[in-house]
Write a protein that binds this ligand. Sequence first.
Ligand code: SF4
Length: 199
Amino acid sequence: MSVFNLNDQNSNLDNKIVAGLDRISQVFKTLLWEKSKTYNLSPIQIQLLIFIAYHSDEKTTVSYLSQEFNLSKPTISDTIKTLEQKQFINKIIDKKDTRSYTIELTEKGENIVFETESFVNPLTDIITNLKQNDKLVLWKNITGIIQQLNELKIISVQRTCFKCKYYSNINNNSFCNLLNQNLNTEDIRIDCEEFELKV
Ligand code: SF4
């Protein structure tokens, strides 16, 4: 049975859902590609700039970005070099180890993030118009799928509640011991700044 064989796909709901997810993932690529052409940047250059804009310094090292984007360290280093040449970023060299550095955006970099991050707007508009209950069902399923992909080591980095040392689940009630609050479906995060890996 193949998800891409139309007879198999159209006679099986599981296959149709997987094919639908594949279609949606193509949409992200298409929308990002449109921005890339407009601003003469590659999709990964835009993705790196957006990630750096919204994450703390320790997540802007070559090693971290390599894991985050599932790309080799040389590929990330080359992308960073290009972004530096285009004056979108500055490297902040580690005084204790001059081979290491973190990255900060220049004003020009901040402007390009502002211009390009809207590539997701068509999807945001669709989600905004869903009913609240439909959003909750969708979010519960998305967070569950992400959790399982992480357990299968297909998504290598994630900062979700389920993997966080502050997360507890008692009698099916999720709780954050840092924020000291119950975590309802809509409170579960997939990218939390306070996340610390449960060991
Ligand atoms: S600190 Fe953040 S990731 Fe961790 S449980 Fe609380 S909300 Fe979730």
